[in-house]
Each structure stands twice: as structure tokens, then as C-alpha cells.
Design a protein. Structure first.
Length: 252
């Protein structure tokens, strides 16, 4: 029980990586607030976990929801030790093809929401004697990619927000790290594959980019999150951890 007596908030917890993280945290003894925009997926995930979980339907793109997420968690569980900022969006496009609305929406969800919920969590973590903030960035927060200009820029911002916050709050016992997943088997990736002219070729081409020849699973990312939430990583902060099957190994 590596997370016994810890309380965590996980955003984007209804599906994919967020759901896997919430389930892994509960398995390791944590109590978990599952945050998501759609009520049915987070309620289903919370039901699977049991009494150690509460679902909170909220939109991290709306600032008025941020305080409610924290208030509900503290009212139910009494403290906060871990925050996982996982909710995110990916809108494909180049600097020319993206609309201003798509650019703003990407940064509102991928960057502003991470900052605002982290800012709100800091007082509760200080009161708890410290804590761990885990931001889900991306390999594209470390390198660029074709047709991903807003996504790459936003995830790059998350990576450096992580490092700056780690410097600001390390002396308070609050650690801040980010995970940089590669291509993971999620609904989002499945949608992109289905939209390709040849879905099988799409997958095969991208699998070939990895030293370990497969896409990741949400559980691959969850195991890294458990480590960063646990006391095993008590001297780890400001890190950007690629969990990518070796995708970045051959990149300069």
C-alpha cells in the first residue's frame, strides 16, 4: 500500500490515463477524487473503486469549478496530498490552419487549468505538511511534431511550469513533476487512427518509431504516477519523465 493515508485529486479521470491513475492510486491505498467533465464515466470509475473514491463533475476550463473541486475533496476526505493534472485536449493544426478559438481553448485546458488548480491546491498541501503535484505533459512537451503547433506549445509550457513550481515550493515539502507520455492507447489516439486514410498503416508507422514496438497503455503511465505520488520519490522534484517506449531515445 504505497499510498496509504494519502488523498489525491485526478482530473480527466473518467477515461484513459486519468482513469488508470485513479484506479492505481486506490489500489495502493489512496482516497481519490475523480474529476471529469462528463458525469457518467467518472461515476462508473468511482463505483469500480468503491468507498475510497468520489466523482466530481467539473470543467477545468471554468475557473469557478476549481474551488469547488478542492472544497468537495477537503470536505469528504479532510486533506490533500496529491494532485494529478491530467485533463487535456489535442487539436491538430499548424500556425496557419489553427483558429484563434482553438489556440485559446488548448491553452485554457492544457496550461491555465493546470496553473489554477495547482495554485488552489498549494495551501491544502502546506497544511498537510507537503504534497506531490503531477502534471501530465507529453513527449511533445519536449520536442515538436508536424501539425501539432498548439498542443506542442501548450505541453512545453506545462513542462516548464512544472520546473518553475518545483523551485518555488520544494522548501515547503511540495514536489512538482511531470510525466511525458508517448503514444498511448486511448480514445483520442483511436479517433485519430480511425480518421486516417489507412488506419492500419497509421498504427504500424507510429509503432515503428518506438524502441519497444507497441503503443503504451494507460496503466504504463499510471505506474509512473504512483511512484511520483509515493514517498519513494521524496527527493524527486522538477523532473520531466518520458514514459514513451523509447520514442525519444533516438531524438537529439
Amino acid at each position: 500500500m504505497r499510498l496509504a493515508d494519502k488523498v489525491a485529486i485526478v482530473t480527466g479521470a473518467g477515461t484513459g490515463i486519468g482513469r488508470a491513475i485513479a484506479i492505481a492510486f486506490a489500489r495502493e491505498g489512496a482516497k481519490v477524487a475523480l474529476v471529469g467533465q462528463r458525469s457518467k464515466p467518472i461515476e462508473a470509475a468511482a463505483l469500480e473503486i468503491g468507498d475510497a473514491a468520489i466523482p466530481i463533475t467539473a470543467d477545468v476550463g471554468h475557473s469557478h469549478d476549481m474551488q469547488r473541486i478542492l472544497e468537495v475533496t477537503l470536505e469528504r476526505f479532510g486533506k490533500l496530498n496529491v494532485l494529478v493534472n491530467n485533463a487535456g485536449v489535442l487539436i491538430a493544426g499548424t500556425a496557419e490552419s489553427l483558429s484563434e478559438r482553438d489556440w485559446d481553448h488548448t491553452f485554457d485546458i492544457n496550461v491555465k487549468a493546470v496553473w489554477m488548480l495547482s495554485r488552489g491546491a498549494l495551501p491544502a498541501m502546506r497544511q498537510a505538511g507537503g504534497g506531490s503535484i503531477i502534471n501530465v505533459s507529453s513527449t511533445l512537451g519536449l520536442i515538436g511534431a508536424h501539425n501539432r503547433v498548439a498542443y506542442s506549445a501548450s505541453k512545453g509550457a506545462v513542462t516548464l511550469l512544472t520546473k518553475a513550481m518545483a523551485l518555488d515550493h520544494g522548501a515547503e515539502g511540495i514536489r512538482v513533476n511531470c510525466i511525458c507520455p508517448g503514444i498511448v492507447e486511448t480514445d483520442l489516439v483511436a479517433d485519430f487512427a480511425r480518421q486516417a486514410p489507412d488506419p492500419e498503416a497509421f498504427r504500424a508507422t507510429r509503432v515503428a518509431l518506438h524502441a519497444i514496438p507497441r503503443f503504451g497503455t494507460p496503466e504504463d503511465i499510471a505506474e509512473c504516477a504512483v511512484y511520483l505520488a509515493s514517498d519513494e520519490s521524496k527527493w524527486v522534484t522538477g523532473g520531466a519523465f518520458p514514459v514513451d517506449g523509447g520514442y525519444l531515445a533516438g531524438k537529439a
